[in-house]
Design a protein around this ligand. Structure first.
Ligand code: G3D
Length: 210
């Protein structure tokens, strides 16, 4: 008896249950030139921060062509990572994702002096986008395990040249090695704090299904 009431009760219970367990969801774009280490970084982040995740051996990781997606639950929120391909023909697609994003991780290959200016130019183009205003920005000077790489002291001033484009958003340049995992947790934790602080500007994009 009371089938309709039961269904109303079930629906509201289901809604309440979902409200209690659902995590706020945020989208983080991983950008950078091809070969910078985007795919390797996403694997390292999943391995370090996802319980029960068995990482892929670095030799099995292939460079990003198109879209590579990962999900990590950390500090009570869910981060959906979108690792976009860095090849020049794919860079034109990046801005389609800017409006949806809550943070950017920009990866620099610190061993590649020949392409550092190219990387900086596309970085400047990215941060000039009106759709990214106020969005936290984590710049990773990757491949720090390679002895002759550029250190953060060398990379930072290059990417800070156009400080007026960075504006008031949270921005940090961090030395990491996606291959060894050094600096990966620190970077994600910093980003989570920034995303939480920035919810008034970019509220979470909660999904219907968890
Ligand atoms: P992408 O997704 O940005 O295109 P990948 O880049 O993650 O595919 O990495 C490109 C190459 O750089 C890979 O080498 C990968 O192992 C290497 N790499 C990524 N991060 C690091 C790092 O922190 N240290 C070192 N030493 N190498 C790194 P291969 O040889 O497979 O092309």
């Amino acid at each position: 008896m009371g089938g309709q009431n039961d269904s109303v009760y079930n629906d509201s219970f289901h809604g309440f249950y979902k409200y209690m367990v659902q995590k706020d969801e945020f989208c983080v774009l991983i950008l950078g030139l091809d070969n910078a280490g985007k795919t390797t970084f996403l694997e390292a982040a999943k391995t370090k921060l996802s319980k029960n995740y068995i990482g892929v051996h670095p030799s099995k990781i292939t460079t990003t062509v198109g879209l590579n997606i990962g999900k990590i639950d950390v500090a009570g929120i869910r981060l959906n990572f979108w690792d976009l391909g860095g090849q020049s023909e794919l860079q034109s697609l990046w801005d389609k994702y800017y409006e949806e994003s809550h943070a950017i991780i920009y990866i620099v290959d610190s061993t590649d002096r020949d392409r550092i200016e190219e990387s900086k130019d596309i970085f400047d183009k990215m941060i000039a986008s009106e759709f990214l205003q106020g969005v936290p920005l984590l710049v990773l000077a990757n491949k720090q395990d390679v002895p002759e790489c550029m250190g953060v002291r060398e990379v930072k001033p290059i990417f800070n040249k156009n400080a007026h484009l960075i504006g008031k958003r949270d921005c940090m340049v961090l030395p990491v090695s996606a291959l060894t995992g050094d600096g990966v947790d620190e970077g994600i934790k910093w980003l989570v704090e920034c995303i939480k602080r920035n919810v008034f500007l970019r509220p979470p994009r909660n999904q219907e299904e968890t």
